[in-house]
Write a protein that binds this ligand. Sequence first.
Ligand SMILES: *Cc1c(COP(=O)(O)O)cnc(C)c1O
Length: 409
Amino acid sequence: MQQFPTFVTHLECSLTGKHYPADQLHGLSESGKPLLVRYDLEALHKAVVKQDLISRLPEFWRYREFLPVRHSENVVRLGELMTPLLPASKTQQQLGCGEILIKDEGRLPTGSFKARGLALAVSMAKELGVSRMAMPTNGNAGAALAAYCSRAEIETYVFCPEDTPRVNIQEIAFQGAKTFLANGLINDCGRVVGEGKQEMGWFDVSTLKEPYRIEGKKTMGLELAEQLDWILPDVILYPTGGGTGLIGMWKAFSELEAIGWIDSRRPRMVAVQAEGCAPIVKAWEAGERHAEPWQGAHTIAAGIRVPAAVGDFLILDAVRESGGFAVMVSDEAIMAEHRECARTEGILLCPEGAATMAALKQELATGRIRADESVVLFNCATGLKYPMASEHHRIDLGKQIDYKFIQQA
Ligand SMILES: *Cc1c(COP(=O)(O)O)cnc(C)c1O
């Protein structure tokens, strides 16, 4: 059996700091809070140097020392490529601001960054002998779960709000998950998963309710640091639902700093939400550490329609520690940027990615982001999964072709 060099020492309750043994199946801690994976960073530091990465494949398993999988045969792979950082130069010029880079996560398997988290969660589930999993999802997480679980021969049950984007519902079912639509929101679906645990004997892989999705999302921070030659941007704008990515990147930066791969300069983390569902923004503005569940959540950006996040305090802690802030944008602004970015930059964002662009423009105007700051925006999924307005024209091949009409179209 090929061993991965693994430096996991234990798991730790993110609220109380209580330790839990690694190499066992865990959900939330006894306090009902997320568990974080802890590593022997000193040993890790001795085992790997930056230059070792150069000879490795351009995929996130290149950071295997920072990840919890012990046996390489448990790694479930679908081609977890490093995603590009695309300059949005024209937008930058128009706005007269610092460098704008878009990390385009839509290139990952199943078309979203949920693949990072689920690749890790499913690999660890395989390592720990899980044979049946369940999750509530707004779409992309379910799709990634279905794909990785089918590949790992793990049975899956996925519960979606009935207005989840069509493509997501279809891809989840098509990739082999038992798929159910429910007349409620993601939290209601989460209750179905939680309450069915005993009877159905499934492992609950909801956002932050198991320790490993966050380790997968952490690779965004490791990858970003490596791509920017270990000098992080001034600001990161992250479309925040459950917050796994924001928390994961913040954890990555701590680990990198602890081993001296980056210095103490950290980006300001900006949590971007939609006006129709902004529990984290409300808590941030009120100076609270925990967020109240949002009533009547609605937004076209389904991925960030999360009325209550178990890791709310971890998101808020990271935002505050970083000197960042939480901000909301309107669905109108999201739709406008969705179209604008496709036209000016040739980048088809997902609505959640468009929300970060809308937030950037809004906050450059208010001055909360300064014109001399470099920013990284996260586009979390391929824009191809989402509805687009029809803007084409028709021609009739049975008639004389009217090239004037074509020219003026
Ligand atoms: C899940 C998702 C998000 C939110 O990610 P979290 O890390 O859970 O906050 C944003 N955008 C898209 C497209 C998503 O699928």
